[in-house]
Design a protein around this ligand. Structure first.
Ligand code: HEC
Length: 166
């Protein structure tokens, strides 16, 4: 369970257009603060033992993470931002998400207005949320495993998913 309230939705989805930079700064700061708190208060989502989770639990975690973090910018339907959120790309029907390395490295390292989640989310959480985004908003049902996310996050290319779980 993830028990925290994300506050950036109020900022990034407001009707009043804000300067993009200001939105990013406020968004990133609020996010860092909120997620910092979250990682202290949610020991149940630690990455050390992902094998104990059923795939249903992982899917639920991915959905929760999406709803509490990503949808503030990418929108509940994952069709991207409008108004103050213009410039946030759709994650639904996004062919770039076929590429696991692209997906994980974008979330882990950030890019442009996309915050960097390294240090805020665990590799297991990145794997879970992207598995949800790929499966629910796109037609890529194969999960991103924690092992794959960890390898990509650490810069090691994933060549064969059958061997990455070791
Ligand atoms: C503060 C707003 C914000 C939040 C929160 C956010 N994103 Fe993003 N995201 C962006 C923006 C802006 C881009 C476009 C970055 C660029 O290419 O300049 C982006 C790009 C992406 C991309 C690449 C899409 C493409 O077509 O290039 C992925 C994948 C992604 N985000 C996933 C996520 C996930 C998963 C989460 C939740 C863990 C998340 N984002 C949270 C703003 C956000």
């Amino acid at each position: 369970m993830i028990r925290f309230k994300i506050t950036i939705g109020l900022i990034t989805t407001g009707e009043q257009p804000m300067s993009k930079t200001l939105t990013r700064i406020i968004g990133a700061t609020a996010l860092a603060a909120t997620l910092g708190f979250a990682s202290l208060s949610t020991p149940s989502v630690a990455q050390d033992n992902p094998g104990n989770k059923t795939s249903v639990e992982a899917a639920n975690e991915g959905k929760e993470l999406y709803e509490q973090i990503c949808q503030a910018c990418h929108m509940p339907d994952a069709k991207g931002g409008a108004g103050a959120g213009t410039g946030v790309p759709a994650l639904a029907g996004n062919a770039k998400l076929a590429d696991k390395t692209f997906a994980v490295s974008t979330v882990w390292n950030g890019r442009g207005g996309m915050p960097r989640f390294a240090g805020m989310l665990t590799e297991a959480q990145v794997a879970a949320v992207l598995t949800y985004v790929r499966g629910h908003f796109n037609a890529y049902p194969d999960p991103i495993t924690t092992a794959e996310a960890t390898k990509i996050a650490n810069g090691v290319p994933v060549r064969d998913c059958a061997t990455c779980g070791h």
